[in-house]
Design a protein around this ligand. Sequence first.
Ligand SMILES: Nc1nc2c(ncn2[C@@H]2O[C@H](COP(=O)(O)OP(=O)(O)OP(=O)(O)O)[C@@H](O)[C@H]2O)c(=O)[nH]1
Ligand SMILES: [Mg+2]
Length: 204
Amino acid sequence: MTPTESALVPQAPGGGAPTAGVRPPLPVKMVIAGGFGVGKTTAVGSISEIEPLTTEAAITEVAAGVDDLTHTPAKTTTTVAMDFGCITIDPTLKLYLFGTPGQERFGFMWDDIVEGALGGLVIVDTRRLDDCYAAVDYFEHKRIPFAVAVNAFDGRLEHTLDEVRWALDVAESVPVIAFDARERGSVRDALLVVLELALARTGG
Ligand SMILES: Nc1nc2c(ncn2[C@@H]2O[C@H](COP(=O)(O)OP(=O)(O)OP(=O)(O)O)[C@@H](O)[C@H]2O)c(=O)[nH]1
Ligand SMILES: [Mg+2]
């Protein structure tokens, strides 16, 4: 076990050795990030094996002219703190998912939310690429392994993955993939890409 892994293994109450025989799955923290309304809360909700913890609040008129609702007219709420969910990948590994808020005014929370994360999934809506630069920049500067997941709203992408890579100017080492935030299997595949990347980075 690497030092990172051993630091992540939960200890038995009282600080003793973990219960002999049954090893709990390794807990890994992952962040689901991205601009306003790209599908972060939807993605956490689709994959979580527990009822996700959400912090949705009604979008007020203060957001008018700030956040673009043209493409998501049905969206009436926004995340004001974070989303939380989890998914057991296999008996040895469990992902704890932390979704960020998307509105810019909550940007100050991102540092706390990503603390200790092994990797991030940055969700992008190709109809509003302008709203996505900040999240990509954030992960690049933090040096947290991340993948860009293009949410295929209504089953189609406005731009090819190569165009998205070029427009967002992401490094070749950053995977750019297409996914559907509403599909459990699709979110799982996207998370596995991040996991693989993060494990390769930690030498796992
Ligand atoms: N058609 C379609 N609608 C989607 C998809 N993903 C999310 N939605 C809808 O788009 C809206 C935005 O989804 P959210 O999951 O709230 O987005 P978010 O990124 O958490 O938003 P904030 O927390 O406000 O930044 C909701 O109305 C969803 O129902 C998708 O893949 N296809
Ligand atoms: Mg949200």
